[in-house]
Design a protein around this ligand. Structure first.
Ligand SMILES: [Zn+2]
Length: 279
């Protein structure tokens, strides 16, 4: 696939010393993860919730861990299993490849909670998971602080009802129920320290690379929850960097020099890579 904007994007990447990668839900969809876009998309992935009239907004509520923990862990336990079983698509390694040729490498800023940048080989200390990660849990007992890896837990989910079977994940220290360390809707109880520390590392890196040429590439980050989009726009402005925005439906860019690629993440990353190889 050739397109003048792919060539421009390749030039920006080739001449950069550092790469800031923004990623939203569209990045995961290309690995085969379900598209939660709209209520229809959500119910297609989780038909059991359609019968209950529950959409993503009502499921992603921490209240369920108190009122109906089997329902809550049914949803998140299933997603955890899916994220573990799914391999990140080849676009992740293309990004890693490009960054490996840059003096300052890459930093990732993602709203995805699937842990797929780590799984694709990006260093843990070069990733910000702005909405947390499903691969970590936090205790609901009220006394334990911080987060724990979700690795020891497997959740047995009934695929008819999407309810979790007992035993549910419990805190190794105090025995109370744990919940995923991700930001849900109406969620003042989210333990955000891990995400905050990641963010501080990113801020330090951005200071380090400030005198250098920074390229910003954003993959599949929509307007519905605009944390990633907004962040990339602000940093592009602050660093006088070109923003490469890959978004199949919402590719509009704030500045004339930014690059607008209305494609799916993987196909655009492949096309840019072809241009890079051509040189
Ligand atoms: Zn505990």
């Amino acid at each position: 696939m050739s397109h003048p904007d792919f060539r421009r994007a390749a030039e920006v990447i080739r001449s950069a010393d550092a790469l800031l990668i923004g990623a939203g839900a569209g990045m995961g969809v290309d690995s085969g993860l379900p598209d939660f876009r709209g209520t229809e998309g959500f119910w297609k992935a989780y038909p059991a919730y359609e019968k209950l009239g529950l959409d993503l907004g009502s499921m992603a509520n921490p209240q369920w861990f108190e009122s109906d923990p089997e329902l809550a862990w049914g949803f998140y336990g299933h997603r955890l299993g899916l994220y573990r079983a799914t391999e990140p698509h080849p676009g992740f390694s293309l990004l890693r490849d490009w960054a490996s040729r840059m003096r300052h490498g890459a930093f990732v800023f993602t709203s995805n909670v699937d842990g797929h940048f780590q799984k694709a080989g990006f260093a843990e200390e070069r990733i910000v998971e702005v909405h947390g990660s499903l691969h970590f849990v936090q205790c609901l007992g009220g006394t334990c602080k911080g987060v724990q890896p979700a690795a020891p837990y497997t959740v047995d989910v009934d695929l008819e009802t999407f309810r979790a079977r007992q035993p549910l994940p419990r805190c190794a220290t105090c025995g109370a129920l744990v919940r995923p360390n991700i930001l849900m809707f109406l969620d003042p109880g989210w333990e955000y320290a891990r995400s905050r520390d990641q963010r501080q590392r990113l801020d330090r890196w951005l200071e380090e690379v400030r005198p250098r040429r920074l390229a910003i590439i954003e993959c599949g980050a929509g307007k519905a929850i605009p944390s990633v989009r907004g962040f990339c726009e602000v940093k592009a402005q602050a660093h006088d960097a070109t923003l490469i925005r890959i978004n199949v439906r919402e590719a509009d860019v704030p500045r004339e020099d930014d690059i607008r690629l209305p494609f799916k993440a993987l196909e655009a990353l492949r096309a840019i890579d072809e241009e890079l190889r051509r040189a």
